[in-house]
Design a protein around this ligand. Sequence first.
Ligand code: CO
Length: 134
Amino acid sequence: MIGKLNHVAIAVPDLAAAAAQYRDTLGAKVSAPNDEPDHGVTVVFVELPNAKIELLHPLGEGSPIAPFLERNPSGGIHHICFEVDDILAARDKLKADGARVLGDGEPKTGAHGKPVLFLHPKDFCGTLIELEQA
Ligand code: CO
């Protein structure tokens, strides 16, 4: 059911430092910071040949990644995103198999303007999983 790895999202306490590290030390292609107020994050996209890394930093009050950074002050992997062809079919199969879909279970528009859902980390080896209809 799941297809390509779309991205790995890493919450970082210092976005400029993290972007510089990926650009200068790791030699990756790195975007300018993008504010995404609807998602409470500023994102730097790191483009790899086979997937993206998204460096996330809290934006505004009540950012969904602020509590994560409080627990992980030096940063850490926040979620991974797999592509699916049909997000509603994927959701229905997951729910039938007992996996918990976060929120009201309806896909939301994600950071790339496509429908996304998140799955409870306790159901997937402690990893928050995002599904994106590619
Ligand atoms: Co994501």
